[in-house]
Ligand binder design. Sequence first.
Ligand code: MG
Length: 210
Amino acid sequence: MPANKKIAIFDVDEVLLDMWGPMHKMLEDFQQRKIDDGEWVQIIRDFDQDPRPYFEFGKYFMNSPVFERLNAKRGMKQVLQAMSASGWDLAIVTSAPPEKEVGLKRRRNLHFAFGDIFKRIDCVGSKDKKAHISALSGRYEESMFVDDNPAIVQQSVGLVTHPVWRYNLPHSYALDKLDLSRADIAKTSDDILKIAGIKAASPIQRRHCR
Ligand SMILES: [Mg+2]
């Protein structure tokens, strides 16, 4: 058993890093046309059903400098710091394309956004994600898995003590076919802290200035 008894395992895109905003803009550049929010949601749903039509764009996006400089999701840096201070080991399990260069960019981006707070960053194929989460969490008494894709969260039910769906509107269409009754929903980054049993830091009190 590791020194800490608790582990939190995070997905990357749209949980730790903001991806869809920059990606939306880049798809507009790539296709040289405006894509409104409604169509963007539809594109994400189409991609979930069949990603093949988007492979060329995916390569374009991952080869761009934007891909290495995605910003931390609002509030996540503070959430990770508070969890680490409360004795949670922090880990990442992300499905990454096999190219080594893409994995390196990802690690550089995560380091830029969060420093070296993660105990491990594991890039595994999407088919291996479930087995990997199971192997990691099995060594801890308490475990959390956070993903914005509810279908993947459902796979973690029974493997971790706290399966968490990081709410994400474009992915919510899938909910009808899923059973997330044993998972928690985090609408904000701070909700992850509440699920971890940690009180969110109170906002800094401003002194009255004369
Ligand atoms: Mg994701």
